[in-house]
Each structure stands twice: as C-alpha cells, then as structure tokens.
Design a protein around this ligand. Structure first.
Ligand code: PAF
Length: 291
C-alpha cells in the first residue's frame, strides 16, 4: 500500500493505475476505521473497482464551532494496519493545508436536500462535506466512490451533487454495519463511557419501533414519530435531537405512504451525538393514508 500525502503523488499513482486499464475506486473516510469503513472497500470492489484509494482526512470544514473537530478520534497506525489487511492500493493522508491552502475560498453548496434534519441542526456541515468530496473526486478521479448509508442524508447530498455537476463517477452505497445489539458502527461510539454504551442501542430500537409501526397498522407520521420518542425515552439521559419519518429523496416529511420511506434519528448521550436510520421499501408499507 502506497501512502501519499500530496495531491501530485496521489494523482501519479492513480494515473499509473488508469494507464494499466484499472478502474479506480475511492473510499473517503475521516479515519479511526471500523468494520463499516472496511465494508465500503468491498462495496467499491463489487461495483467494479480494481484499484482502491482510501482517503483519511478529518475535514475541519464539516464541523461547527461547537462540534468535536479537535477531539475527533484519530489512530493512524491502527488505520494503516487495518487497510493493509484489505489489499488497499493507496492511502491518501493529506494535511489540512494541502486540502485548504491559505487563500482557499470556494465552497460547494447543495440545495434543498441539504437543508432539513442534519442540515438544519449542523449549519454548514453539508457545504463542508460536498466541498471536500468534490475535491477528493477531482484529485483521485475515481470511476466508483463508496459511502455508507448510516449517513443517509450525506449519501443523498453527494448523489445530488454528482448529478447536478455531471461528475463522471458512479456512487456505491454500503449498508450500515451494526454491533450485535443493533448500535450502528461509528467512530464516535468510542466517546461513549461503558454506561452510555449500554444505553446507546435505544436509538436503533426507537427506529425499529417506527419501522414496525410503518409496516403494520399505524396511520400517521405523527403517531410514528411519537412512538419513536416514547421508545427513546427509555434510555436514561438520552436527549433526542430528532426522530423523524421522511421521504429519503427530500428528507422532508412524506407527502404520502406510496413510496420508500426513511425513519431517521439523532440523539445525544452526554457529549456524544449519534445518528442512525432505517429505509423501508414501498412494498412493505401497507398504508396510503397519511396525516
Ligand atoms: O462520512 C464521512 O466520514 C465524511 O463525511 C466524508 C464523506 C469522508 C467527508 O469528509
């Protein structure tokens, strides 16, 4: 595995692979890798990538002033060890000044899909995500790029950007990897104390309750959201940021039940903010009634 820190070295490695006719896959990450990230390497390969570039960059522009940029977990040696086990070709590890040299002033801003839920609670977050992802696409010029569905709205924002800007990359989305008790894998789980970790699966349980209600006989968005709040309240000290039933294309409340739907949630446990979601296919939703 070649480790690059500069844009030129990364481009040279990719150019050489492309010259040999290899399809390039990119897996952008912020490091502190876990099974969820590693599964995205397999997702990129299944989508046809033959030469895998993983990037690790804790992107300051996607963190708000009161968020966890400074304490975001980092473990470069551990990440390198995990990637060596996955036959990765290039690990791109740029410094902040490489990605945002002094004087840098361009931001990519995706429209309506970036506004609700995470967009409303984390102003500027998706601008930061779209800007860094576009820059990574420009540097690596991947044929395929893989992202995890745990960040469902991020996937939709990136998909919108790719379509709006006619970017020549296919996106591949990986299913959320979970701990045995249902907790979605996340680098931020490492912040949880043992007591908080024991409570954390309540987010997934709340979303499962919403999913079950939707698959059975519940008639309104309100009643599903109330049910999810009731389940989340079982977790001592859990503060709900949102628990919502939304249209997975717009992330707004659905206009009817005749489409795929998404239950999505964000909660705070102590200083840790966790997100998760479950997509429910249209075929599994019996109702056409909505309120
Ligand atoms: O999902 C993440 O880890 C980040 O948002 C991403 C896509 C690597 C951009 O910084």
């Amino acid at each position: 595995m070649l480790i690059t820190q500069t844009i030129d070295d990364t481009r040279s490695a990719v150019d050489a692979a492309k010259a040999h006719g290899r399809r390039v896959g990119l897996v952008p990450t912020m490091g502190f890798l876990h099974e969820g990230h590693l599964s995205l390497i397999d997702v990129a390969r299944s989508a046809g990538a033959e030469f895998i570039v993983v990037s690790i960059f804790v992107n300051p522009r996607q963190f708000g002033p009161n968020e966890d940029f400074a304490r975001y977990p980092r473990d470069e040696d551990g990440d390198v060890r995990l990637l060596l086990g996955k036959d990765v070709d290039v690990l791109f590890l740029p410094a902040v000044e490489t990605m945002y040299p002094p004087g840098s002033q361009t931001t990519v801003s995706v429209g309506a899909v970036a506004k609700p839920l995470e967009g409303a609670r984390r102003p500027g977050h998706f601008d930061g995500v779209a800007t860094i992802v576009l820059k990574l696409f420009e540097i690596v010029q991947p044929d395929v790029a893989a992202f995890g569905r745990k960040d469902a709205q991020q996937c939709a924002v990136i998909d919108r950007m790719v379509r709006d800007l006619d970017l020549p990359v296919s996106l591949a989305f990986g299913e959320t990897m979970r701990e045995p008790d249902g907790l979605a894998m996340s680098s931020r789980n490492s912040y949880l104390t043992p007591e908080q970790r024991a409570i954390a699966p309540v987010l997934h349980r709340a979303l499962r309750a919403g999913e079950d209600a939707l698959r059975h006989d519940v008639e309104s968005v309100d009643s599903i959201e109330r049910l999810m709040h009731t389940v989340a309240a079982e977790g001592a000290g859990v503060e709900v940021d949102y628990l919502a039933l939304v249209d997975p294309e717009t992330f707004e409340p659905p206009v009817d039940f005749d489409r795929d739907l998404l239950v999505a949630g964000a909660v705070r446990i102590g200083k840790t903010r966790l997100i998760d979601n479950i997509r429910i296919p249209k075929e599994a939703i019996p109702h056409t009634k909505i309120g």
